[in-house]
Design a protein around this ligand. Structure first.
Ligand code: SF4
Length: 386
């Protein structure tokens, strides 16, 4: 017998037009979709019974046909620096991760788009796990919904108990989700079909109502999908560059063999033109004696000078079995100074959540049942869901 619950539609996976169509199928007016979104995203409730301004018979029909279900939490870890990592179930065996990073001026949630990743970047812990599957739109949106709810609930408890906000002094840390980055496990543009509707829900006034500058999609460089993204949405774009030349980038980010740096940069400038965006952020992980020399900084500056680009230098976060080491602090500073002297905006990312393996590039989740071979030195034909 089929499980009736398995057939329910998870409303977290429906952007407003689809939700409106779904509501119409249930015999209701379009404004009901906006009411539903108000309950789900503004008030953080997933219980139809609590949605008191919806007619009782509509709520009864919803309860039969739909649900609001975030991914199940398998474990939560808290870092001494306030960073928090959730391990979320994809099924009985697989898991993926998301991380919340509180800072005085923002609360950033780093979410995943796939269970594992097939792109096999050589410095990335997720890559070591292989790839299992794409997350659904509901699983992507559900991460934000879950974290926002959990953080709101804790804030209410803290305020009621009169406990001062963490961070202390004049700059307490932000405890709400103000920014979302798709920079967790997976390559978001390899899961285009599910990621784009999720972006629409994040930006929708009736959804999470985040400004386009507070939602960042980070890609390793799937060039055709960057062009398509420019037609579909206008979120901020970040690119995992990590090397100033194709020979080294081919090694660090194998997708470069299919879409080399010149092609990638052209796609980035096109994205900015189309979206009237401010700049593209280029992530550059600092690997000791691999990509961190002054000559490499100068080569990077030559690539980016005169373009609306920011470079974010990321001290490498080691994970078990890696062959790389973190560049020394002085080397990172010198690299940054070389860029700044040549007119390229550059910052160094402060490492957060290292004690719980929540730092950038450390997300591993649990990817057991690999259904796709990793790229490695083999093919560069990525399974892309369009
Ligand atoms: S860096 Fe990103 S694209 Fe590369 S393997 Fe890791 S998760 Fe995948």
């Amino acid at each position: 017998m089929t499980d009736p619950v398995a057939q329910r539609i998870n409303l977290l996976g429906l952007p407003r037009p689809e939700l409106t169509a779904f509501v119409a199928q249930l015999g209701s007016q379009p404004f009901r979709a906006r009411q539903l979104m108000n309950w789900m995203y503004k008030r953080g409730t997933g219980s139809f019974a609590e949605m008191s301004d919806l007619a009782k018979d509509f709520r009864a029909r919803l309860a039969l046909a739909a649900e609001v279900r975030a991914p199940e939490v398998a474990a939560v870890q808290r870092s001494a620096d306030g960073t928090r990592k959730w391990l979320l179930r994809a099924d009985a065996a697989q898991a993926f991760e998301m991380v919340f990073i509180p800072e005085p001026d923002r609360g950033t949630l780093c979410i995943s788009s796939q269970v594992g990743c097939a792109l096999d970047c050589s410095f990335c812990s997720t890559a070591q796990q292989g790839y299992n599957r794409n997350l659904t739109t509901a699983e992507i949106v559900g991460q934000v919904w879950l974290a926002a709810r959990e953080l709101e609930r804790e804030e209410r408890i803290r305020i009621a108990a009169g406990v001062p906000a963490a961070g202390g002094g004049s700059a307490p840390e932000e405890r709400h989700v103000t920014n979302v980055v798709l920079m967790g496990m997976g390559e978001p543009l390899a899961n285009f079909r599910n990621v784009v509707p999720a972006l629409h829900i994040l930006l929708d006034d009736f959804g999470f109502d985040l400004s386009r500058r507070r939602v960042t999609l980070s890609t390793s460089g799937l060039v055709p999908q960057i062009y398509r993204l420019a037609e579909e949405t206008n979120v901020a774009l970040a690119v995992s560059l990590h090397a100033p030349d194709d020979a080294l980038r081919n090694e660090l980010v194998p997708i470069n063999r299919k879409h080399p740096i010149a092609e990638l940069l052209e796609a980035c400038w096109h994205y900015l033109d189309e979206q009237n965006g401010r700049s593209v952020t280029f992530e550059y992980v600092m690997l000791d004696e691999v990509n961190d020399s002054p000559a490499q900084a100068r080569a990077l500056a030559r690539l980016l000078k005169g373009h609306p680009a920011k470079v974010n230098l990321i001290p490498f976060n080691p994970f078990p079995g890696t062959r790389y080491r973190r560049s020394p602090t002085a080397v990172i500073q010198r690299f940054r100074d070389e860029l700044l002297q040549r007119g390229v905006l550059a910052t160094t990312r402060r490492t957060r959540g290292e004690d719980i393996d929540a730092a950038c590039g450390q997300l591993a989740g649990r990817v057991i049942d690999r259904t796709t071979v990793r790229l490695g030195n083999k093919v560069i034909g990525v399974a892309v869901q369009t």
